[in-house]
Design a protein. Structure first.
Lengths: 58, 688
């Protein structure tokens, strides 16, 4: 059961990393900010600018 | 005792791998269960991972747990961030797994299941995974630098510039060929076209939802998006049966191509958050889910392969693409065995997330093995189809005949019996008018996947749903490759143009944005339309061109890897990268030269141009068709030039690298080390 829970946490971690939710949480912690619509928009604009400067694989 | 047990276990895995590989290689005449392929590949991957890759990690790379990674040293809370090993693994795998490992093996199945399967397994263990592993290692020891930056520093300015131009050209061919796969899957299919068209407003809805209604709730928005996409599949069925709406979504190849070109432009020019990003989230989640479903389906159902191990087309007369096993099997399957594009990912986001150097091993080498396994699953999905059906779906009308009767007669004559009634019943069961001439690999892969899924859930009654679910899955992430690729191509072009006239380099300056977007879209759009109008189906021309380009990029990556190994250890370990490099140089240069100069019109671009020219000279072309044939002549000559440019670019970097290696080994050139100095890690166990 412990391993199953750990596995579930890893799967959720992967999904949150792919979905940029983890990166957003890190951004809030690093910059000592609180979540808000404005903050998400600021974060996602910066994030996406970097993300889509790289090619997607074939 | 544990050591003895471990040795016995690994010996057993090695024996099972050898037994299964021999089983699939030597079997003739009776159907093979797909589990032979699954076990052979899994055991070979385990051996490669446990012995070859771990030896490289320990002796060659000397991965050091105590050395701080760029994620730790340059931590900024955005892209540089130490991340859990398995999360980076999943993230990296999601980034490298595109349409290539699915489409390539499906097309290469025309040789039978054996050549492609062996190349996928051996190529990945000794080539592809090594390339990804070494480039990731190089990048992590150089502050997470990109392939182009590293090539410029380690090999020279020529190398860096060549890498940049090569990547831009490869992007153009890649976008054209994947767009062609979508066009061929959707033409004349109102169900598929509606479903894919619906994903665009769904993505816009998700974008608005994330930006204004529930900011930051990406997983929630993606779940809603996925449910809406599922609903659109049912909506597509309704549209296909509607006398009013079906004609709206029954489009020709050319119309679809124009729609995709317009979409590419919009996606490149619109704000990222509105269309590109939400579609990317959705497609990545769907991709991972479907790959998992396919894996579970194959493991539980253990389907039998209908395709023989080798077909008569190993001689180079294949209907899907012309050319013999050597070299064409090895450029048709790139992403499942070795793909140059992966080196861009391994030197992109991933090195900035690795928390410990030793994680390079499972992430770099392990992810590629998993991708290779996806390619094996695609090969299985293609080969569980009746071979007659497989060839009827994938062959162009120009080869098998323009009517169903002519097509089935030709294919049956090749020794793969198929009937027009059988094809009509199959088309009806998946809700399509016809399944003939659906070149590109996506429809036959969708058929194979639908058969596997339907056996697990719902049976033949919902075969149509599963078929369109698989088409939706393929088209969704192919379109994401197109929109993201167009945008990246635009940035690269702006980067180049900025060196000529500074304002053109500013990515947010509207005239530059519009101009560069139009240039990129028209560049790949030209090749796409060329593929759509090609009487041989387009895939015959464009997929080998893409395969050559992709493998040439792998040559650049392996040149860089070898240069760094030579700088680290002189000649001692350079064979690790030289071995796949020599193979790839042989394969790609042979394929490229054949594509340009072969006397066979279906292979050689120039030979095909000459055939069209002689037809005009002999008065065999009607006046009304003259313009069209002249365009085909021009296109063939253009393809030959593009292929030649690729060769010159890569030969330049290869020769540059060889001179550098010789210079270092002879001591006539100084060894410039660009590796960042050792810094002791301060990460706690919890942070790793």
């Amino acid at each position: 059961m412990r391993y199953l829970r750990k596995f579930g946490r890893i799967v959720l971690g992967i999904l949150k990393e792919i979905g940029d939710e983890s990166a957003y949480n890190r951004h809030l912690v690093t910059h000592n900010r609180k979540h808000s619509g404005e903050e998400w928009r600021r974060f996602s604009e910066h994030r996406m600018k970097e993300k889509y400067a790289n090619a997607k694989c074939c | 005792m544990n050591k003895v047990l471990s040795r016995v276990l690994w010996a057993a895995i090695a024996i099972v791998a050898a037994f299964c590989l021999a089983g699939i290689a030597l079997n003739r005449g009776e159907p093979v269960n797909s589990m032979w392929l699954v076990v052979a590949s899994s055991c070979t991957y385990l051996i490669g991972y446990r012995f070859y890759a771990s030896w490289i990690a320990a002796k060659v790379m000397m991965l050091d747990e105590q050395r701080a990674t760029p994620a730790e040293r340059l931590r900024n809370g955005h892209d540089f961030e130490p991340t859990n090993k398995w999360i980076v693994f999943g993230h990296h795998f999601a980034a490298i797994a595109g349409p290539g490992p699915l489409v390539g093996p499906t097309l290469a199945a025309q040789f039978g299941y054996l050549p492609g399967t062996l190349w996928i397994i051996i190529g990945a263990v000794l080539g592809g995974a090594i390339q990804d592993f070494i480039i990731l290692f190089c990048s992590i020891r150089r502050d997470g630098k990109s392939l182009g930056q590293m090539a410029k520093e380690e090999i020279g300015k020529v190398g860096g510039f060549t890498a940049l131009i090569t990547v831009l050209l490869i992007m153009i061919i890649l976008l054209a060929v994947v767009a062609l796969v979508v066009v061929n899957a959707l033409k004349g299919s109102p169900w598929g076209t509606f479903t894919i068209a619906a994903t665009m407003p769904i993505a816009v809805f998700m974008g608005l939802y994330l930006r204004y209604w529930r900011p930051g709730k990406v997983l929630e928005a993606s779940l809603i998006g996925f449910l809406l996409v599922l609903a659109s599949i049912f909506g597509g069925e309704w549209v296909a049966h509607s006398a009013t709406y079906a004609p709206w979504f029954t489009l020709t190849g050319l119309t679809l191509a124009i729609c995709i070109i317009a979409y590419g432009f919009l996606a490149s020019a619109l704000p990222v958050w509105l269309l590109l990003a939400p579609r990317d989230y959705l497609s990545t989640f769907v991709k991972l889910g479907v790959v998992l479903m396919l894996g579970i389906g194959i493991l539980f159902l253990q389907p039998t392969l209908q395709m023989p191990p080798l077909t008569r087309f190993i001689d180079g007369t294949g209907p899907i693409f012309a050319g013999s096993i050597f070299p064409f099997c090895f450029i048709t399957i790139a992403c499942g065995a070795i793909s140059g594009f992966h080196s861009l990912i391994s030197s992109g986001t991933t090195p900035k997330m690795i928390s410990k150097e030793t994680h390079v091993f499972p992430v770099g080498y392990g992810s590629m093995l998993l991708e290779s396994f996806v390619a094996i699953m695609a090969m299985i999905a293609a080969c569980v189809l009746d071979p007659g059906v497989y060839f009827a779906v994938n062959s162009p009308a120009g080869i098998i005949g323009a009517t169903p009767q002519a097509a089935v007669a030709t294919i049956t004559g090749w020794g793969f019996p198929v009937a027009a009634d059988q094809m009509a019943a199959l088309a009806k069961s998946v809700g399509e008018e016809t399944l003939f001439y659906r070149t590109g690999g996506a429809p036959s892969l969708a058929l194979g996947m639908a058969h596997i899924f339907a056996k697990g859930v719902g049976g033949d009654a919902i075969l149509g749903f599963w078929y369109h679910f698989a088409i939706m899955f393929e088209a969704l992430f192919i379109l994401t490759v197109i929109d993201a690729g167009t945008r990246v191509g635009r940035f690269m072009l702006q980067d180049l143009l900025g060196q000529i006239y500074e304002p053109l380099g500013r990515t947010s300056w509207m005239p530059s944005l519009l101009f560069s977007s139009v240039v990129i879209v028209l560049s790949w759009g030209y090749f796409l339309v060329q593929g759509v109008l090609d009487p041989l189906g387009g895939i015959n021309t464009l997929w080998p061109l893409f395969g050559i380009a992709n493998q040439l990029l792998a040559i650049i990556a392996l040149c860089l890897g070898t240069t760094i190994l030579v700088k680290m250890h002189r000649a001692r370990y350079m064979w690790i990268t030289i071995m796949p490099l020599v193979w790839l140089v042989t394969v790609t240069f042979t394929a490229a030269l054949q594509k340009i100069f072969s006397e066979m019109p279906r292979i050689g671009f120039l030979a095909q141009a000459r055939v069209f020219e002689s037809n005009i000279a002999a008065g065999k072309v009607a006046a009304a068709k003259l313009g069209e044939v002249n365009t085909l002549i021009f296109n063939n000559k253009l393809d030959a030039v593009v292929c030649g440019v690729f060769l010159v670019l890569v030969a330049t970097i290869l020769i540059d690298s060889i001179f550098l290696w010789i210079g270092i080994l002879r001591g006539t050139k100084p060894v410039q080390n660009f590796e960042t100095p050792f810094v002791q890690t301060r990460l706690s166990a919890e942070e790793i």
